[in-house]
Write a protein that binds this ligand. Structure first.
Ligand code: HAM
Length: 420
């Protein structure tokens, strides 16, 4: 047997109904906020992610799926969506324009991580990116769009954490302070942290090791080293979020796993789904477009892990598969084609229906109709064919009426109204 690739799942119909809900609600909610869908390829040049996500990040260092094409060019299966949207924006000449542009996307992303509940190697994101505005209202609106999405799905018990990473004025000084502190405790830190001190010291703050976490309590915080502009920005954003009535917490150690952010960063988490509880992450990235060769374009965005949201939906808003409107039952194999013709007619009229295609007993056919949850069974026997009639059995209350065929559709439409 050939197995699927580790950490990459097949999605069966019972789960597809959750995906469809996640995607259709996203399209409805995000279009209310003026976001339009963009689709970019899954494969990009590896350089795109090295230069955007960052050479020293875990994603680039150890999590990318790469391949070399026939001409020796190295590509990567995208580990995230932001860099690809920025690449597309520059390529299309939509960078640096004096208009706000809002895009959203769905799609598979690839990271070579250790698979566990809520963490896959092929996972799916819903992302949204806003270009061309440094304004706080854009930021508050983007965060509100995430809340609207959760509300529209009926999801609860999700919390928002907020931090700021400063900008090119204040972050270099902060980095120095942090380095000094980290070097002073270096021998007590885990080996990952020790290695990160030289490559990406801010990431040390995000270490999950409990001993590191307690040592890092005393680390200098970015929020205490902000320049006046960043301080003002962070304070004003908090005021706007409070005015919208949404709760949030400040998390001075949140640094995010990608290097392109400046100022605002945020994460939404849902503890009920286990240790992989981050359901959405994002932030501002005003320098990324220019650093990838485009014209300066401020930006902010988020991405959500759809598999993690699916776990939450299953817990909080289970979806039952929709049942067919009716099930056709026929008495004897020679009436199978009559069943097919009736099914064609009903489906043409917008009704969903099915019938047994391997000619089993009446008992079996009724059993199947009940199992499928169909409210009506339409019974065809020799007599019904001769009279051009049909027996309609209401499977909820077991009553049965026989009627001329031409009355069937009006009858079903009337009975099923509200469920068509
Ligand atoms: P990220 O935090 O790396 O950000 O990923 C966003 C979300 O994707 C996470 O919060 C999580 O829900 C989900 N996710 C990440 N890795 C996995 C995995 N291995 N398995 C399942 N779900 C996962 C970004 O990707 C940025 N591009 C977000 C962004 C957009 N920032 C600005 N614009």
């Amino acid at each position: 047997m050939i197995s699927g690739v580790k950490g990459m799942n097949d999605v069966w119909p019972e789960q597809v109904i959750y995906w469809q809900r996640l995607e259709s609600v996203a399209a409805t909610v995000l279009s209310r906020f003026g976001y339009e869908e963009i689709r970019t390829p899954i494969l990009e040049s590896i350089e795109l992610f090295q230069r955007s996500v960052g050479e020293s990040t875990d994603i680039v260092q150890k999590e990318m799926f790469t391949l070399t094409d026939r001409k020796g060019r190295v590509m990567a299966l995208r580990p995230e969506g932001t860099a690809a949207v920025v690449r597309a924006l520059i390529q299309q000449g939509r960078d640096g324009i004096a208009e706000v542009q809002k895009y959203y996307y769905f799609g598979p992303m690839f990271r070579y991580e250790r698979p566990q509940k809520g963490r896959l190697r092929q996972f799916h994101q819903l992302g949204a990116e806003l270009y061309g505005s440094t304004s706080l209202v854009g930021e508050a609106e983007l965060i509100e769009a995430v809340w609207h999405y959760f509300d529209a799905l009926g999801l609860q018990q999700i919390s928002l954490q907020l931090n700021t990473l400063g900008d090119e004025n204040c972050r270099p000084q902060y980095r120095q302070k942090l380095l000094q502190f980290l070097n002073s405790i270096k021998p007590k830190l885990c080996s990952d942290c020790q290695a990160r001190i030289d490559t990406n010291p801010l990431r040390v703050l995000d270490c999950k090791n409990s001993q590191c976490q307690s040592l890092l309590q005393a680390a200098p915080k970015m929020v205490d080293s902000l320049c006046a502009g960043c301080q003002q920005h962070f304070t004003d954003l908090q005021k706007l979020l409070k005015a919208s009535g949404r709760k949030f917490e400040l998390n001075p150690n949140m640094v995010r796993g990608l290097d392109y952010y400046n100022r605002t960063v945020f994460e939404f988490a849902a503890d009920s789904i286990g240790s992989q509880n981050a359901v959405c992450g994002g932030g501002r990235y005003d320098s990324l477009v220019a650093s990838l060769g485009g014209k300066a374009t401020p930006a902010i965005g988020f991405a959500m892990g759809l598999e993690r949201l699916l776990l939450l939906l299953e817990q909080q808003q289970p979806i039952t598969p929709s049942a067919p409107h009716c099930w056709i039952i026929y008495m004897g194999e020679n009436l199978q084609s009559a069943a097919l013709l009736l099914a064609n007619e009903l489906r043409q009229q917008g009704l969903s229906c099915g019938f047994d295609q391997i000619s089993r007993s009446l008992k079996h056919q009724f059993g199947r109709a009940n199992k499928m949850g169909a409210p009506f069974a339409l019974v065809l026997g020799e007599q019904e064919i001769k009279d051009n009639s049909v027996a309609v059995k209401n499977l909820k209350n077991s009553t049965q009426v026989t009627m001329p065929r031409q009355e069937l559709l009006p009858y079903l439409h009337q009975q099923l109204k509200g469920n068509l």
